[in-house]
Design a protein around this ligand. Structure first.
Ligand SMILES: [Zn+2]
Length: 73
């Protein structure tokens, strides 16, 4: 019997490799900024706070605004 088939009694531990915080932090900040930008465009891109003139962005995100419960009309 080969030595690799002999059970040592302990199950091998297999798990995800740890990710260092320094590697994931820039991506977390980037994702957070994208999320904030999305929340701005869905929730506040209309009227006095509008960055883009016209109603195109407002109408494009209109269903999302109502789905998330932002005040609209
Ligand atoms: Zn509406």
């Amino acid at each position: 019997m080969p030595a690799s088939m002999i059970s040592s009694g302990a199950a091998p531990t297999v798990g995800p490799a740890p990710i260092p915080v320094g590697e994931i932090l820039p991506w977390a900040v980037f994702g957070g900024l994208l999320l904030l930008l999305a929340v701005y465009f869905v929730g506040a891109e209309e009227g006095a706070t509008s960055l883009i003139p016209g109603m195109y962005v407002h109408e494009y995100l209109h269903d999302g605004r109502h789905l998330l419960g932002f005040p609209c009309h």
